[in-house]
Write a protein that binds this ligand. Structure first.
Ligand SMILES: Cc1cc2nc3c(=O)[nH]c(=O)nc-3n(C[C@H](O)[C@H](O)[C@H](O)COP(=O)(O)OP(=O)(O)OC[C@H]3O[C@@H](n4cnc5c(N)ncnc54)[C@H](O)[C@@H]3O)c2cc1C
Length: 449
């Protein structure tokens, strides 16, 4: 008897929508099940920024890049803790995904050339023009709805995979109803496990001290199902943190730092090299008094961020960014001695003048002068990076090394490429795993006989 659907995608975020569209492209019947009333998952709240190499968009700007360079950059950041082939598979396919998003899905994409994220040797961050995940989700949802062979059902979570004990899934159980739906192939895109306190405490005790700023729906269903399937689970201690959640509860883009902001503790002192990734830096903040810090920058950076980033404008409107005429005012905001702060800023400015590297290893400084702009920042756990091990085709791998016949995974449900802990996260690789594994899972599931 033929199944109810050729392919069922579980989860309606970025990875889920891309999987569904790529699977339906060959004419197969696809069902996408989303447990909440909304499509978009946490992807809708991102900046929509992801790396891709050797794209025609880069070439049009004269940027010479290659998948091998992208792989080398990522491996350099994660300390070679992830197999070369795993990272290179994503680098090689990133071009196809970026071009497919434009050509097949109708998503406008540009390459960010105004800054390079830490760890990237080239301009390769691609994003929608407004740098929001909302643009991406709007385009993908419209595309999925226009295709005719994708059924999307909201408020239908999956509670269980029905399988034969050897990695073959024949159906899914819908939460609460006891209803079963049969399927030819299953793509798991249910996100990570940041909202599952037990998992966070068990796998990443460091992160359990931070506020959680990710999706409340990332409850680790993929881990529970993976264990039941006998799947390999990789890097369960891996996560992406961020250093700069504002006191207004919004995110301050890390570009403020990449453009030259300083970060001081409540004593008015710098304590680490800010020009490292925001994930790595977060742990340094947790070691400071009260686990908080302050970003300080100049008007030029403030104006540029206001112009470029909607979420920065929101933070400003909500009072998360303050301006100060002089060091005494700024020190009073931070609650430190003006002399301490004045000397911190004086020393940083002198490194700029002499183009030297400071004791923390930072070698890029811009003048920090009045009027000063500052924001209180709090480190947070953003999303988990461990998950189901997948092969080159995004198929879930079982303990012992064989692949599931008809189960795929993408996005935060799949193991990421940051390696253990939080230090190896490279910006944009959350969406890289969502979009690229999603595209591979869709394409390869639809090729199953
Ligand atoms: C503030 C913030 C900003 C970020 N910005 C970026 C960025 O610019 N670039 C980047 O690369 N990464 C970014 N990330 C990381 C990024 O959000 C994730 O890596 C990415 O969104 C994961 O996509 P996904 O499809 O796996 O998850 P999601 O988009 O969250 O989708 C998962 C979906 O599955 C649904 N679901 C869960 N369980 C079930 C179930 N049992 N049945 C049915 N449905 C279920 C959920 O409701 C959700 O809709 C950011 C993270 C945060 C917190």
């Amino acid at each position: 008897m033929s199944p109810d659907f050729d392919i069922i995608v579980i989860g309606g975020g970025g990875a889920g929508l891309v999987s569904a569209i790529a699977a339906a492209q060959s004419g197969k019947s696809v069902l996408l099940l989303e447990k909440t009333p909304d499509i978009g998952g946490h992807t809708v709240n991102t900046q929509g920024m992801f790396p891709a190499s050797y794209t025609r968009f880069q070439k049009a700007l004269g940027i010479k890049d290659s998948p091998e360079k992208m792989t080398a950059d990522i491996l350099n950041e994660n300390g070679n803790s992830v197999p070369y082939d795993v990272v290179n598979n994503l680098s090689l396919n990133s071009r196809h995904v970026a071009e497919w998003l434009v050509d097949f899905c109708g998503q406008e994409l540009g390459v960010a050339t105004d800054f390079k994220y830490h760890g990237y040797s080239n301009y390769r961050i691609h994003s929608p023009p407004g740098r929001t995940g909302k643009e991406l989700i709007t385009t993908l949802l419209e595309k999925a709805e226009s295709m005719g062979n994708i059924e999307i059902i909201r408020e239908h979570g999956v509670s269980k995979l029905i399988h034969n004990g050897r990695g073959q899934v024949s159906g899914l159980e819908i939460s609460g109803s006891g209803e079963n739906i049969t399927t030819g192939a299953t793509i798991i895109t249910t996100g990570g496990y940041g909202a599952n306190r037990d998992f966070v405490e068990k796998y990443m005790p460091d992160a359990s001290k931070m506020m959680y700023f990710g999706s409340s729906e990332h409850r680790g269903d993929s881990i529970i199902w993976g264990e039941a399937l006998g799947a390999e689970l990789d890097y369960l201690d891996s996560y992406q943190a961020h250093s700069a959640v504002s006191s207004a509860g919004t995110l301050i883009t890390w570009e403020t730092v990449m453009k030259g902001a300083l970060i001081v503790n409540s004593l008015g002192e710098r304590f680490a090299n800010e020009i490292t990734g925001y994930s790595r830096f977060a742990k340094s903040i947790t070691n400071q008094p009260d686990s908080i810090a302050y970003e300080i920058y100049n008007r030029e950076i403030h104006e540029e961020m206001l112009q470029r980033y909607p979420e920065y404008r929101e933070t400003h409107l909500l009072g998360g960014i303050k301006s100060f005429h002089d060091i005494t005012e700024l020190a009073s905001f931070i609650g430190c001695k003006p002399g301490n702060l004045s000397s911190t800023i004086y020393i940083a400015n002198s490194y700029k003048d002499n183009m030297k590297t400071d004791k923390f290893g930072r070698n890029f400084f811009v003048p920090i002068e009045a009027p000063y702009y500052a924001a209180k920042i709090i480190p947070a756990l953003f999303h988990t990076q461990g998950g189901l091990r997948v092969g080159k085709d995004a198929r879930v791998i079982l303990k012992g090394g064989s692949s599931c016949r008809n189960v795929f995974a993408a996005g935060d449900a799949a193991a990421g490429i940051s390696g253990p802990g939080s230090d190896g996260y490279v910006s944009g690789t959350g969406l890289l795993c969502a979009l690229t594994y999603g595209w591979l899972a869709g394409k390869n599931s639809s090729a199953l006989k």
